[in-house]
Structure formats: C-alpha cells, structure tokens
Design a protein around this ligand. Structure first.
Ligand SMILES: Nc1ncnc2c1ncn2[C@@H]1O[C@H](COP(=O)(O)OP(=O)(O)OP(=O)(O)O)[C@@H](O)[C@H]1O
Ligand SMILES: O=C(O)C[C@H](Cc1nc2cc(Cl)cc(Cl)c2[nH]1)c1ccc(Cl)cc1
Length: 314
C-alpha cells in the first residue's frame, strides 16, 4: 500500500474534551508487509500524530463477503477488544474505508515463536519450561474470561521486543456463554448443529474431532502438543494427510523420541489425554494450580513472569 500523506481529520467533537474520532488510513504511514493470512495482509505502520509503530491488519471487504467470513472478523474483533493482558496482542482500534477493514494492533517485533523453533530445531528444557509457563498464564487468563482459543499453535504465538509471548489469531475463538461456562458438566448432546470450525490438524483435540464441541480443556491438549514440539522439534501427531493425523489423535497414537526429558514426558502424557475432563489443568482436575505445580515448572516464578527476563532461545 502506498504511504499516505496525512490529512487533518475533521474533529467531530464540538466540546473541549478530546473524543477519540475514528481513525482513517490517512492517519498512518504504511510500511513493509509483516505477513499475510488467508483473508488479510498485515503491515507495519507508523501513526503520524504520535510516531508510534503498530501492526495493521487489512482485510478486503469483497473477499470477506465472498468467503462468508464476516462472523470470523466480528469474532476476532469482539474477542481482541475483551483482552487486556501482557501475553496477548492488543487491539487499539478498528476502522474501515470503502473497500477495506483495518485492525490496529500492537506490533510484535520479534515475529513468530515457530520461526525460532524451526531455526533452532528444538528448545532446551529451560526455554521450553519458560515459554510453556507463559502460555499457561495466558490460557488461565483467557479461560477466566470464558474464551477458548481453539487454534493455539506456535504460528499464533508471536514475540514482542522483550521476547515475551503475544498470542494472536482469535477469529476461531469461542466465547462460552454463562450457561455453558463449565462446558463439560452441561455439555448438551450434539443437537445436530455441527460447529464448522475444527482448528489446525496437528493440534486439534479428540473431542473437537468427534463431537465438534471444544472446551477450555481443548486448549490444554494443544499445549501438550506444543510442549512436545518445543522439546523434540516436531508435533506429536504427524502424517502426510490430515485424515492420518486425525486417526493418530483419536487413537492417541504417538510416542516420545529417545532421550526425551522424563519430567516433560510425564507432563505431556497428563495433557495428551483423550478424556477432556482428565487433562492436568482442567476444571475437573482442580484447575491450573496442579498444572503450575508440576515438576517441569519447578524453576518458574509464576507471580513475576511478565517481568522476568526470558531465557535466550538457543
Ligand atoms: N500484531 C502483529 N505483530 C507482528 N506481526 C504480526 C501481527 N499480526 C500478524 N502478524 C504477522 O502477519 C501474519 C499474518 O497474520 P494474519 O492474522 O493476517 O493471518 P494468520 O492468522 O496468520 O493467517 P490465517 O488468517 O490464515 O489464520 C502472521 O503470520 C504474523 O506473522
Ligand atoms: O469500524 C468498526 O469498528 C465497525 C466495522 C463494522 C464492520 N463493517 C464490516 C464490513 C464487512 Cl464487509 C465485514 C465486516 Cl465483519 C464488517 N464489520 C468494523 C471495521 C473494521 C473491523 Cl476490523 C471490524 C469491524
């Protein structure tokens, strides 16, 4: 997108108090492309008035309408606006012009955790434990708001300048209404209404494959896959085609490579459990404390994680 010349946006407020008027693309200088998704392109942008850097996600309205993705966009907006936690991408504002929608987010300058994992092949125990702990604090906060991410994976875990995690990609998140807050207890028999959304094959949980219903515990399954991947370099369930991966997931068909840290092995095997009510960290297993107290996290200072200097990824 060509860089825009700023034009003074007419203030709509007649009172002396400053009211936040909707931004326009002209309030920003668009820079390099940071990446692109199936329906979006993300640019680094500088707000002209303040000089502040943002990541602005731009979506074409025609594409959203044609692909029937309005719900996805509205879900991402409504979930992101609820989040106010250091381990999540912040949404500052949204606006639109004739052809496009814009999400103005904080810029996670160190990119995707997956890129470090690919570059280093795998993480050592200390880094794996630190980043798994950050994800756990993030999930504890998200689930506390009644939100399930449903597509947690290393690509959706970005890193800010200080190398702390910034979880993103909430288009597939689910907001549990109060009625089904402890979803499993009053899990309604499948009313035939099939949730279309499944998630990314390697990280999808057995219950989502079966009943299509996701619970907080479905994010804990993904956490188990991610910890396995931190330490071994690959996710536990792999295959040439999605159906092969799905078969392995539903049969819990995975094994640990030689020399896999036995403490981590114990933790992963308590997360990769077919029954979502039996996974370490879920409500039926006493919630997050038994998970946080696992031996794998013995060196984690849970109270000060956002203020802790992350271990150098090596
Ligand atoms: N706030 C951000 N800061 C830095 N980079 C970002 C930010 N948001 C997204 N990106 C980068 O832009 C890429 C595209 O993100 P986007 O949300 O548009 O699509 P996606 O979610 O990755 O893909 P899909 O929509 O198919 O799931 C991401 O892979 C990420 O690398
Ligand atoms: O300015 C606002 O906040 C409200 C608009 C509402 C809105 N306009 C839309 C047009 C289309 Cl084509 C699709 C969706 Cl989901 C749309 N949502 C909006 C703009 C940008 C974004 Cl990212 C989301 C919603």
């Amino acid at each position: 997108m060509a860089s825009q010349v700023a034009v003074r946006s007419e203030s709509t407020s007649s009172t002396s108090s400053t009211t936040s008027t909707k931004k326009t693309p002209n309030d920003f200088l668009f820079g390099r492309q940071l990446g692109e998704g199936s329906f979006s392109t993300v640019y680094l942008a500088k707000e002209l008035e303040t000089g502040k850097e943002y990541a602005i996600k731009v979506l074409e309205k025609n594409h959203i309408i044609r692909e029937r993705k309005s719900g996805y966009v509205m879900r991402e907006k409504s979930v992101l606006l609820k989040l106010n936690h250091p381990f999540f991408i912040r949404l500052y504002c949204t606006f639109q012009d004739a052809d496009r929608l814009y999400f103005v987010m904080n810029y996670a300058s160190r990119g995707e955790l997956l890129d470090y994992l690919n570059k280093l092949a795998c993480f050592d125990d200390r880094c794996s434990s630190f980043y798994a702990a950050e994800i756990i604090l993030a999930l504890e906060y998200l689930h506390g708001l009644g939100i399930i991410h449903r597509d947690l994976k290393p690509e959706n875990i970005l890193l800010n300048e200080k190398m702390h995690i910034q979880i993103t990609d909430f288009g597939s998140a689910k907001i549990l209404e109060d009625s089904d807050s402890n979803a499993l207890d009053n899990a309604t028999p499948d009313s035939g209404r099939r949730n279309s959304f499944v998630g990314t094959a390697q990280y999808v949980s057995p219950e989502v494959l079966g009943s299509k219903n996701a619970y907080y515990s479905s994010d804990l399954w993904a956490l188990g896959c991610i910890i396995y991947q931190f330490l071994s370099g690959l996710p536990p369930f792999r295959g040439g085609h999605e159906y092969q991966i799905f078969q392995k997931i539903s049969k819990l068909d995975y094994d640990f490579p030689e020399g896999f840290n036995p403490v981590a092995k114990d933790l992963v095997s308590k997360l990769l459990v077919i029954d979502p009510t039996q996974r370490l960290g879920c409500q039926d297993m006493g919630g997050y404390n038994p998970l946080k107290n696992h031996e794998f996290f013995r060196s984690i200072d849970w109270e000060n994680l956002p203020e802790t200097e992350p271990p150098t990824l090596l």
